[in-house]
Write a protein that binds this ligand. Sequence first.
Ligand code: CUA
Length: 177
Amino acid sequence: MSIFPAKGVWWNEPVEKSEVLWVSIAFLWAMIMFFMMPYWHFAGEQNLSNEAYKISPDAFVEKTENFAAKYTVREDAATGIPVVAPPAGSDVYIFGRTFEWWPMLELEQDKSYRFHISSADYMHGFSLLPENINLQIIPDYEMVLTITPTSSGEFSIVCNEFCGIGHHNMVGKIFVK
Ligand code: CUA
């Protein structure tokens, strides 16, 4: 038995009908999926369309500390982390560092906020539970996105990028009322 096809010019044979059909269906589906991306950008209700800007970790920490100094309403009893309640519709700043999200936030339901998220040291993952919001947070980059809480309650920010020995304890809080 030869490993070569019987006809030398096998690549020049007419394509079988069913194969043409499957390739067409696959191509069509790929195109539908491709155009779903821009479609969901506009039509998705909780769809993230974030921007990213370069910023040094020190500069971002300073911005966040200024933000917290202005709007802190109390301290979280368990961790001592400030809870910050910014005016509705304003910019909010939060950073991850080993092993906490700083500060905690208190937001109003159905009001939009411009989130600025970055890291003060290593790579962290910003995973907002139980929503399907998931961002990779990298030092030197400021992620900016608009978030509108549509339900009230207590939301956890879980770090989902392994960042060291206390990674599993790195849980932030957002309170929505
Ligand atoms: Cu931060 Cu894992």
